[in-house]
Design a protein around this ligand. Sequence first.
Ligand code: T6T
Length: 327
Amino acid sequence: MRKILVALVLVALVVGILVGGVFAEGKKPKIAWCPAISDPFYYMIGKGIADKCRELGLELFVAEYPKAWGPEVQVPILEAVAARGDIDVIITGPTSKDALIAPLKRIHDMGIEIITVDTYIGDGDYSKPSEYSFPLTFIGTDNFQGGVEIAHRLAEMIGKKGKVFVETTNPDVSSVVERVEGFKKGMSEYPDIEIVGVEYCLDIQEKAQQQVAAALAAHPDIVGIFGTNLYSAQGAYQAVVNAGLTGVVKIASWDATEDLIKALREGKVDLVLAQKPYEIGTLAVEAAYQYFVEGKEVPKRMVPGFFFFTRDNVDDPEAQQYIYRAD
Ligand code: T6T
């Protein structure tokens, strides 16, 4: 009888280990994904989140993808998700580094953990105590470094001289602010290059197109443009095409949408920086799992890399994985 009991206990142990989670320290968290905007970059983060949740057996709630960028749209969605009462952790991209501190803090005070992806609150350093250090972690591209590298590549393309222009989205969004700062830093090494303007399209492609058209009219000798995200870059190259300046004005763009990759192939865009949104999503879910289930500390900052597309490598088989395709 004793032998049978021991055998049964052993079988139970093995089955427990095989099904997983039985000996985990904590409960599996229910995750909510609250994207900042409806765009191919955020769809890719969502895809990474959904795949990783499936793999780890975590429940996922996906909030609506906002049609416009900004706290006015994002905060009510976040508050509704928090009010459900069944969410343990919210993964989101704050649409303002300042305006999202208080709303996210209120949600955190309700007992919901926060993970920020793509963008951060405050200065993004959650490792030192501050009014904005409550999120578990920030996972996103090194935007400053990307901006620096874009500047050097664009400078090469324009022979290290002439006027350049920057089309960006908002002055209070961490990702694009750092891209512009990095770009300015990189360009500061070229005394014969002048940045003639920085415009904010608020993440609206038509506005970006109008602003770039106006910049080209005001400075007909612009030779290079940096579009700091997909709507800025897509609007920028459309304006250059409409002005009949394709190839004359070099375009460095951020975000590897199918539209921008096609434009690169067609010679309407000259450089595309691809972030790794799918990886950002999977890392966010792994962080939640480590924290809740394994009871481990999570690094306060995780930095997936980026990849540059040029006309020379755009058709390389290994480069295709970096195009944003959320199908
Ligand atoms: O460039 C991405 C993202 O990194 C940025 O914070 C906002 O714009 C995008 O979502 C592209 O539209």
